[in-house]
Design a protein around this ligand. Structure first.
Ligand code: UD1
Length: 366
């Protein structure tokens, strides 16, 4: 039996690993797997809570990387992942997304001549100031299997000279997880959820997540974000579950968002889904949420100058508004006045991407 290492490190990885675990288990004895948690995220709120509710088994290996500068974090993960691979060599290393763990583990595997599979390959923002863009480009450059979520990914990879034989347009494991969790949520008693109390109290609301370094790490950028949120909140209350880094910077720079913005800690997946699926709109700089809102038809305003996920704009509910407070407010008000965009769910975002990936890997690694 062949063994696949599934690498997860940070919150947005866990949602992508969960459907792969289910598909691998359903696939039977052909392809075994071990789960490697790099420890990039370690707080209970960004970490354990997801493992429990997404149905991910406890990691087989925990590398304990923790926080640090990009170089420190990446280097720590590389050193300990290399030791893991040398002790028990897998037949393939599968990495997801674009976080530092993705980059670190793909480089280690490739230098040990272990095939690398990258799930969510080919996305490009064209913005080299985003750490994720660097991670994507390097990971794709050395991956043997490039599993792509949308047609732009195929085009980008072909333009960069990757051979078509390595590129597989399979759809999106993130959406597999979303549809699975949405069905589970429909059967769940949500009365104890933090989101349930907020929904009762607020009636209508917008949901906010912001954590990109370019939006929240400097005083200037975060002050603009503060102005934007206070502006929009004049018309509708906003619920903002804040990443620990965002929360820390709001405190550090002494920026107040006003009474109409409800700040919470990071929410568990289902609690947050219960919040945003019924929001008037989602205002975000996250990559994954641009796609999840498109998958469920919820209006999304992206507070960035670009997106690496253009299908959410071409076919979905996403509007890339930039970071100008007036532009963001205009887009929010448009939605509140019923002039928001409607969209459709892209091809292959059907809940079966993980099955397609496992079928391809089982065949190719046999
Ligand atoms: C990482 C990913 C980003 C992803 C985000 C989702 C990279 C380059 N970035 O960003 O793409 O969208 O996760 O959450 O990999 N921290 C905690 N608790 C934790 C982990 C981090 O408080 O469990 C704080 C620490 O102050 C830490 C900072 O967040 O220094 C940054 O953590 P890091 O893992 O480097 O990046 P994220 O900002 O979480």
């Amino acid at each position: 039996m062949k063994t696949l290492y599934l690498v997860a490190g940070a919150r947005p990885n866990f949602m992508k690993i969960a459907p792969l675990v289910r598909a691998l288990r359903a696939n039977g004895a052909n392809l075994g797997f071990e789960l490697i948690h790099t420890g990039q995220h370690y707080d209970h709120e960004l970490n354990d809570v997801f493992f429990d509710e997404l149905g991910i088994p406890a990691p087989d290996v925990l590398l304990g990387a923790g926080s640090g500068s990009h170089a420190q974090q990446t280097a720590k993960i590389m050193v300990s992942f290399e030791e893991t691979c040398q002790k028990r060599r897998p037949d393939c290393v599968l990495v997801v997304g674009d976080v530092n763990s993705t980059l670190a583990c793909s480089i280690v595997a490739k230098k040990l001549c272990i095939p690398v599979a990258h799930v969510e390959a080919g996305l490009r923002s064209g913005d080299m100031t985003m750490p994720e863009e660097v991670n994507r480009i390097v990971t794709d450059a050395i991956s043997d299997f490039l599993f792509v979520t949308e047609p732009s990914g195929v085009k980008n990879l072909l333009n960069e000279g990757k051979s078509a034989a390595r590129i597989h347009h399979v759809g999106h494991v993130m959406v597999d997880n979303l549809l699975y969790q949405r069905d589970k949520l429909a059967l769940t008693d949500t009365s104890a959820f933090e989101s349930a109390g907020l929904k009762l109290r607020l009636g209508t609301y917008g949901a906010v997540t912001l954590h990109r370094p370019s939006n929240v790490d400097t005083r200037h950028a975060l002050e603009r974000i503060g102005a934007t949120l206070r502006n929009v909140a004049q018309r509708i209350p906003l619920v903002f579950p804040a990443h620990p880094r965002t929360r820390g910077n709001l405190d550090k720079y002494g920026i107040s968002l006003g009474d109409q913005v409800v700040l919470t800690g990071p929410l568990p997946y289902m609690d947050f889904l219960n919040l945003w699926k019924d929001a008037k709109f989602v205002l975000t700089d996250s990559g994954g949420l641009q796609e999840e809102t498109t998958a469920l038809g919820v209006p999304c305003i992206t507070v960035r100058e670009n997106t690496e996920r253009p299908i959410t704009v071409e076919q979905g509910t996403n509007v890339v508004a930039g970071t100008d407070p007036d532009k963001v407010r205009t887009e929010a008000f448009k939605i509140l006045e019923g002039r928001g965009k409607r969209g459709k769910r892209p091809n292959l975002w059907d809940g079966k991407a993980a099955e397609r990936i496992v079928t391809i890997l089982a065949r190719e690694l046999a």
